[in-house]
Ligand binder design. Structure first.
Ligand code: C2O
Ligand code: CU
Length: 551
């Protein structure tokens, strides 16, 4: 195994992701940021310098568990202090498992500002994937607003509340087409001319393929808001990987992908080779006001021109039955690690939309998460009282809460308390969805756990009950790091607390997290040996270090 070094500078720059010029957050002048490619067992070292001038930055390596390096998880106020302008922080961590991952900003709404890129881990030398392919491509999906994230964030935390609305464009590898004839191909909306010149920043990405070969397509979603459906015109696909874990191969026409998830599919170029085909990413789960993101599958030796066939048809945006049956198709590949059969602790998390002093929030068991000034990792390790709420949040919610109705009392509270998890304990989390503030509204939320993979034991409708507890799938549940809760439904997961650190567990929809939709797991922090000082040189831990150094 190798140590792979990267030197990155994060900065704002002008860019036209969807042919409309805007300011994006880039890395080394690139948007999306550079792709990291490594082999399982390698060590990644990223020297990250902040060139943003007036704001801090951190980067989270989504899906990498950070065994023995919890300070490299890249979560502001949780695993580390933000990197100040002109400062450099060194992320050093091991990538222990092959799979499709990505990285992104994890401070404020910097992910929505464009701070993201792909992280791909191949099998170690001498190892093999449990499937064959001749070539591969990767697609990083995101959504894009013309309103900048500062405006977005201020609107979300204003009274009256201002929602960010639907995105202007869906981007594939950072490229989209706003309101142009390429989109008109699909939606028949009135259109202006697109810049399709190959050198335009918004020109669609092209996948060059040879006929009669099998390709692996890696797909990851770092959308701020949108749930997507990805399809390749006229081609079937076989799902083989989810969130860095092999799954039982299953043939599908298209895939649903939520923010925070990644998949690999195999497809064979067995269609009429005299034409090109569309690959589309269509909005689902919210009434779409955004044309699909598009990319071109170019059969050799055709020119990489616009396909003459129509883009693939995706399921209706509100066909949740379709979404559920898709999610239920994903089960573990035979021989994958099985969950322990008993749990030590069960935490039930009710997801609700609330008001706090007239401001719109999301709460979990009636607490809306606010992050403290001092990162938890340091304040917990050194027992610094007063760094965050002393009292931990509840493991359950009131049993008579009616999840089918808007909250009876919409008032909630803010909090920074943590769930303290014992080393090696087996934890079940039941994510319980509910009605939002308005009647007859319940949204999709993709939940992502840092520091772990978990088994998805099942999904269900309505309020989770003991009856449901008996029917969980302990036979072949898939391992994942992100899972969705459907409207008015619940999702059950199980994980082993074998990774000392402080880990966020939150909705991966950026504005929801911004509005408090997450919890913090403090796991066996007493077992962490030496936290690098650079990670905790701020807030109360910063003061403590100054005293220790005789300052
Ligand atoms: Cu990709 Cu805490 O998120
Ligand atoms: Cu959410």
């Amino acid at each position: 195994s190798k140590v792979r070094h990267f030197r990155w500078e994060v900065g704002y720059m002008f860019w036209s992701p969807d042919c409309v010029e805007n300011v994006v957050m880039g890395i080394n002048g690139q948007f999306p940021g550079p792709t990291i490619r490594a082999k399982a067992g390698d060590t990644i070292v990223v020297h990250l310098t902040n060139k943003l001038h007036t704001e801090g930055v951190v980067i989270h390596w989504h899906g990498i568990r950070q065994f023995e390096t919890p300070w490299a998880d890249g979560t502001a106020s949780i695993s580390q202090c933000v990197i100040n302008p002109e400062e450099t922080f060194v992320y050093r961590f091991k990538v222990d498992k092959a799979g499709t991952y990505f990285y992104h900003g994890h401070y404020g709404m910097q992910r929505s500002a464009g701070l993201y890129g792909s992280l791909i881990v191949d099998v170690a030398d001498g190892e093999k994937d449990p499937f064959h392919y001749d070539g591969e491509f990767s697609l990083l999906l995101s959504d894009w607003w013309h309103k900048n994230v500062h405006d977005q964030a201020v609107g979300l935390s204003s009274n009256p509340f201002r929602w960010i609305g639907e995105p202007q464009s869906i981007l594939i590898n950072g490229r989209g087409q706003y309101n142009c004839s390429l989109a008109a191909h699909v939606s028949n909306t009135s259109s202006s001319l697109c810049s399709l010149r190959g050198d335009a920043q918004c020109a669609p990405h092209v996948l060059h393929v040879q006929p009669n070969k099998t390709y692996r397509l890696r797909i990851a979603s770092t959308t701020s808001l949108s749930s997507l459906n990805l399809a390749i015109g006229h081609h079937k696909m076989i799902l083989v990987e989810a969130d860095g874990n092999y799954i039982k191969p299953v043939a599908v026409d298209n895939i649903d992908i939520y923010s925070g998830e990644s998949y690999s599919v195999l497809f064979t170029t067995d269609q009429n080779p005299s034409t090109n085909y569309w690959i589309s990413a269509t909005v689902r789960g919210r009434h779409p006001q955004t044309p699909p993101g598009l990319t071109i599958l170019n059969y050799h030796p055709n020119s990489p021109s616009i396909p003459t066939s129509a883009p693939p048809v995706s399921p209706a945006w509100d066909d949740y039955g379709y979404s559920k049956s898709f999610s239920n198709k994903i089960i573990a590949l035979q021989g994958s690690p099985k969950p322990p059969i008993r749990r030590d602790r069960q935490i039930i998390l009710l997801n609700t939309q609330n008001k706090i002093n007239g401001f719109n929030k999301w709460s979990i068991n009636n607490i809306s998460l606010v992050l403290p000034a001092t990162p938890y990792l340091g304040s917990i390790k050194f027992g610094l009282k007063g760094a965050f709420d002393h009292q931990g949040p509840p493991d359950n919610f009131s049993r008579n809460y009616d999840i089918m109705k808007p909250p009876m009392n919409p008032n909630s509270t803010q909090g920074s308390g943590v769930y303290t998890i014992h080393f090696n304990s087996i934890v079940d989390v039941i994510l319980q969805n509910a009605n939002a503030m308005a009647a007859n509204v319940s949204e999709i939320h993709p939940w992502h756990l840092h520091g772990h993979d978990f088994w998805v034991l099942g999904y269900g409708e309505g309020k989770f009950s003991e009856k449901d507890a008996k029917r969980l799938n302990l036979k072949n549940p898939p391992l994942r790091n992100t899972v969705v809760i459907f409207p008015y439904g619940w999702t059950a997961i199980r994980f082993v607390a074998d990774n000392p650190g402080v880990w966020a567990f939150h909705c991966h929809i950026e504005p929801h997290l911004h509005m408090g939709m997450g919890v913090i797991f403090s796991e066996a922090v007493e077992r962490i040996k030496k936290i690098p000082e650079e990670a905790i040189a701020c807030g109360l831990t910063g003061k403590m270090l100054m005293h220790n150094h005789g300052g």
